[in-house]
Design a protein around this ligand. Sequence first.
Ligand SMILES: Cc1ncc(COP(=O)(O)O)c(C=O)c1O
Length: 397
Amino acid sequence: MSITPLMPVYPRCDVRPVRGEGCYLIGERGERYLDFASGIAVNILGHGHPRLVKAIADQAATLMHTSNLYGMPLGEKFAQRLVDTTFADTVFFTNSGAEAVECAIKTARRYHYANGQAHRHRIITFDNAFHGRTLGTISATSQPKMRDGFEPLLPGFTVVPFNDLEAATAAVDGDTAGFLLEPVQGEGGVTPATQAFLSGLRKLCDEQGLLLILDEVQCGYARTGTFSAHEQYGLTPDIMAVAKGIGAGFPLGACLATEEAAKGMVFGTHGSTYGGNPLAMAVGMAVLDEVLGDGFLDHVKAMGARLRSALEQLIPNHDMFEDVRGMGLMLGVKLKDSFDARNFVAHLRDHHGLLTVSAGQNVVRILPPLVIGESHIAECIEKLSAGARDFAQVEAA
Ligand SMILES: Cc1ncc(COP(=O)(O)O)c(C=O)c1O
């Protein structure tokens, strides 16, 4: 038998972390990496954060799992805090981002069903989007590499170009349930929605009784410097999926909705054995305490501005960089076409001990823990600069 015990669906690299310390990962042979990938935007508090570690240990010793058959005091408390913090009136807890998006899609379909308009089931989604790997969430994208071989997929999605309000408007018909999008596309290349695009979608939804569903799994939960990315656009969604940062490394996600949008989600319509278990809720509350603590969001904004300006200053000195994009600490450096972002990410990792992530459109994604300080930024810039110098030489050779 030649198959590996771990199903070989990931092209895993040689970094084999066994420990984490703050903004650093330590590999099997003791090698240290500056972690500006954060497990793809997950470890917002870095590694081994004392408050998080203590919350997990205390709750694990008290009660880890019961069942959604029973009352959930911690879940009620955490949901109330999310309701108080966001546009939402109600929350369903999941174990991952894709499950949160699935719940959002189901909530949208049920809304129109509850209104006696079950035919309004179709959701308009966007090119270069990423919403997860379940059958439902791959059906919501147009990317062959995710969809090939899994047909028949879930019907009821129409994919149009991102940031193209005209195309989105033209795609609406009598069967449309709403729009599903990332306010800042992550996997697709760190592309923020334009103000006109997102405001235009909100307006269309209001005018035509459609639902605005935001996937803030990657860009939400303080990553862009506000609790949710949509706050920076001065609007609110009807439904929102979050995950990643909400658990800061513990598997947790949530689907948040207004009372109106959630009107179809009544007894028996949805469920999850583990969703909202006491351990996850204790983690969620510890993370939220940090994120809503004094100065946390201001720190993200300040570090985001510092990192962005330092990255922009690299551009004139290095031929390979084209532009810097993103919001807060969700940043991307686009490389010129003659350089390959995946190869550069590997070079930074293998030769400079810097972890970043590649994204679509030839972009190097920079997603540090939100607790970085000036010294981490300086170290990242030094490594990026040195990496760019010798990578350009290797590529030219
Ligand atoms: C925007 C977005 N939505 C959904 C997901 C899926 O989340 P998960 O991998 O936790 O299922 C991701 C993961 O990268 C994401 O970036």
